[in-house]
Design a binder for this molecule. Structure first.
Ligand code: GLU
Length: 421
């Protein structure tokens, strides 16, 4: 087992012990049901071909078809894909969705690719993985450096291979291809709903505006910031890969979004102090630090000791590694964990999948209500376990997920290979 997966499972084991879960259930969740590793030959625009490493992991399907994004990033590797698929298993269970967990990725720097190259890669990935994909088997979605456009190419390739139109084989598609109005903002908006639902338990004042430092101003960070600013919170610092900008009086998010869209970097925004060090955001004095960029940004106790916040919201997947957990707890910094804080994305993906099966479009208001309700229920369940077991938010979130997984795994009975069909 990879080191990241093993470390992530330590958190699950802590929760399992707390609620007295059967060892067999924990053992059942220790390995993925299947991971396909392939080499995708990418034809470059100059006619040459490069082989790229790619993976798709279906971690566990006890609750339903596996579900999770596909990322294009130079740091993608097998252990990371399996760890993220494990997290999706916990996330879908916590959110009460009829999905198992999956994840995919290609080891490539998406900034190096032209639009045509991205299209060939998206289609090549689907051809290589088609045998384990499908609307009732494994349903991908956007992730790091993939979005509506990649999902459109992928669903079109999949339908070609399947010989039938299957819009619900992928989520996060453009509305024109059966996508869901509200899917793109869903992860960021859901992060804000989670923050509001848990602010008292995160040690924050229950009323009034909070000061927020935000790492990441891509799709997810931007939508979180809009929702938080509309609710009266003050975004006092924002970082992207170009650096960190700070303004103690609050940053105007709409104007910042325009500058980022035009110039490609937050440091081009005036009216702020700017540094070219993205990591400066971590030491910003604020009520809440929101991590909406990549994984592993708080990797250990030393990283944790630099922080100057009361609480953290993890909107990226695994921005805090388990090695930092104890130092954060010692410092009294409560964490709204990724499987709750970014559960809004897969929740609206579920609505999109249902829409594809039904063949009837949902309206935007119903999508927003569905997101609010699911996030609210998950937050209430976590709150109950925190109080019942006197534990931290992450452990409680894992406990809620494990209870649901346990019921499904037990109900499946002894057919150990039910995940594969
Ligand atoms: N990539 C997103 C996540 O990590 C969305 C997954 C999905 O919608 O299936 O939660």
């Amino acid at each position: 087992m990879g080191e990241h997966l093993e470390a992530a499972q330590g958190r699950m084991e802590r929760a399992a012990e707390l609620i007295g879960l059967d060892d067999e259930i924990v053992a059942h969740l220790q390995h993925p049901i299947e991971t396909l590793a392939v080499s995708v030959g990418l034809r470059r625009d100059d006619g040459s071909t490069v082989p790229l490493k790619a993976w798709r992991c279906r971690y566990n399907s006890s609750l339903g078809p596996t579900k999770g994004g596909i990322r294009f990033h130079q740091s993608v590797h097998l252990d990371e894909v399996e760890t993220l698929a494990f997290l999706m298993t916990m996330k879908c269970a916590l959110m009460g969705l009829p999905f198992g967990g999956g994840k995919g990725g290609v080891e490539v720097d998406a900034h190096d690719l032209s639009t045509m190259e991205k299209e060939r890669l998206a289609r090549g990935y689907v051809r290589a993985m088609a045998k384990i994909l499908g609307p009732d088997r494994d349903v991908p979605a956007p992730d790091v450096a993939t979005g509506e456009r990649e999902m459109a190419w992928m669903v079109s390739e999949y339908s070609e291979i399947a010989g039938s139109i299957q819009p619900h084989a992928f989520t996060g598609k453009p509305v024109a291809l059966g996508g869901m109005a509200g899917r793109t903002p869903a992860t960021g908006r859901g992060g804000h709903i989670a923050l509001e639902a848990m602010r008292d338990l995160a040690g924050l004042d229950e009323d009034g505006g909070l000061t927020i430092a935000l790492q990441g101003f891509g799709n997810v960070g931007r939508w979180f910031a809009k929702a938080a600013a509309n609710a009266g919170h003050s975004i006092v610092a924002v970082a992207d890969s170009s650096g960190t900008i700070t303004n103690a009086d609050g940053i105007d998010i709409e104007s910042l979004a325009e500058v980022k869209a035009q110039e490609g970097k937050v440091t081009a925004f005036e009216d702020c102090e700017a540094s070219d060090e993205p990591a400066d955001i971590l030491g910003t004095q604020c009520d809440v630090l929101v991590l909406a960029a990549l994984g592993g940004v708080i990797a250990d106790a030393d990283d944790a000791r630099q922080l100057n916040c009361k609480a953290i919201v993890e909107i990226a997947n695994r921005p805090i590694l388990p090695a930092a957990d104890k130092a954060l707890a010692d410092a009294g910094i409560e964490v709204v964990p990724d499987i709750l804080a970014n559960g809004g994305g897969v929740t609206v993906s579920h609505a999109e999948w249902v829409q594809g099966r039904q063949g009837i479009d949902w309206d935007e208001e119903d999508v927003a209500d569905y997101l609010e309700d699911r996030m609210g229920d998950a937050a209430d369940n976590v709150r109950e376990v925190m109080q019942e077991c006197d534990t931290d938010m992450r452990t409680a979130a894992y406990a809620v997920a494990l209870r649901r997984l346990c019921a499904a795994i037990s109900a499946h009975g002894t057919r150990a290979d039910f995940g594969k069909s």
